[in-house]
Design a protein around this ligand. Structure first.
Ligand code: F6P
Length: 343
């Protein structure tokens, strides 16, 4: 994405491009505002992550700073960002990220900065775009993990529980679960009943299939329950989900007596070389973002709609999360081939 922005901006328009390292930090830490040239982006296409670094704790409107007593408190650094953008005479500010980052981008747009948004998150949970780049690569990693888990589950006659990321959206679990041949998929959009999950495992055992694969999205919860947080949200930090796989695994072992193991795939889903689909999408989004900037269409985000790259207001993209429709076609297809959602 960064590569296509830099290349299109320089080759098409002859613009000068700067990158802010670690999110908006470059706007108030001079050493973190770096020039981006054709040389800076040479060879980065197969690299995962971002050459500019990132942080989920760098919101300039509520920037975490340690006070004299050593306690972390939030300070509003937004004016520093605005002042720096003006001193630099920025004609456009392309902001890449998920709903958190794009919400900050929207606040800066409202404050008068010429912002263009680009959706990037493995969660695929942004409304107004069919997909975000990063998702396809995570889906490959998660599917590959489920494929590998199958081998050991089958040899040992075990239930293997695989916990996947996705925050409040069940997309990674749903799509990797279907692609990897899971027997049970638990997602936040469909509250589960553990008895139904166990029923499915026992029914498979009665049919001679003495192993099962249960894919659990990190925010999945039982009917009447709530998602499990390892760390609750604090003032300027979003909560950290995780651990539901172990709870589900224990309940399964207790109720069915089948030897059960748990794998939390975690941040592996965020690493690795981007898939060709993500490279292509990142390239298309980057070029489209530069075009929007050249047309001065600020406050817009590039999005994929019916396979085409379009512009949508950032405001619409962050208004609501894009969640799995429990009555939708994906869930329907999964249920039709015998996958249980524990409902
Ligand atoms: O939003 C992307 C994501 O990977 C989520 O799927 C996950 O819940 C979260 O980020 C993990 O965040 P952190 O890297 O702060 O642990």
């Amino acid at each position: 994405m960064i590569r296509s922005v830099v290349k299109a901006a320089i080759l098409r328009h002859g613009w000068e491009i700067w990158g802010s390292e670690d999110s908006f930090d470059g706007f108030f830490k001079p050493e973190k505002m770096v020039p981006l040239t054709l040389d800076s982006v040479r060879g980065i296409l197969p690299r995962g992550g971002t050459i500019l670094g990132t942080t989920s704790q760098g919101n300039p409107f509520r920037y975490p700073v340690r006070n004299a007593k050593g306690k972390i408190e939030s300070q509003d650094y937004s004016q520093k960002v605005i002042d720096k953008a003006r001193t630099m005479n920025l004609d456009g500010l392309i902001v890449i990220g998920g709903d958190g980052t794009l919400s900050i981008a929207y606040e800066f747009f409202q404050a008068g900065l010429p912002v263009i948004g680009v959706p990037k998150t493995i969660d695929k949970d942004l409304l107004a775009t069919e997909i975000t780049f990063g998702f396809d690569t995570a889906l490959h990693t998660a599917t590959d993990a489920i494929d590998k888990i199958h081998t050991t589950a089958e040899s040992h006659d075990r239930v293997m529980v695989v916990e996947l990321m996705g925050r409040n959206a069940g997309w990674i679990a749903l799509e990797a679960g279907i692609s990897g041949g899971a027997d049970v998929i638990l997602i936040p959009e469909i509250p589960f009943d553990i008895e139904k999950v166990c029923e499915k495992i026992q029914q498979r055992a009665r049919n001679g299939r003495r192993f099962s694969i249960v894919v659990v999205a990190e925010a999945a919860a039982s009917s009447g329950g709530t998602p499990l947080y390892r760390q609750r949200a604090e003032e300027n930090l979003s909560g950290k989900l995780g651990g539901v796989g172990f709870v589900v695994g224990e309940m399964i072992q207790e109720r069915t007596g089948v030897d059960t193991r748990v794998l939390v795939l975690g941040h592996l889903q965020r690493g690795g070389s981007p898939s060709p689909f993500d490279r292509l999408l990142g390239t298309r989004f980057g070029v489209a973002a530069v075009e929007l900037a050249s047309q001065e269409r600020f406050g817009q985000m590039v999005a994929l709609k019916c396979g085409k790259v379009e512009a949508v207001p950032i405001k619409d993209a962050i208004a609501r999360q894009r969640l799995v429709d429990p009555e939708g076609e994906y869930v329907h297809a999964a249920k039709a081939i015998g996958i249980s959602f524990g409902d």
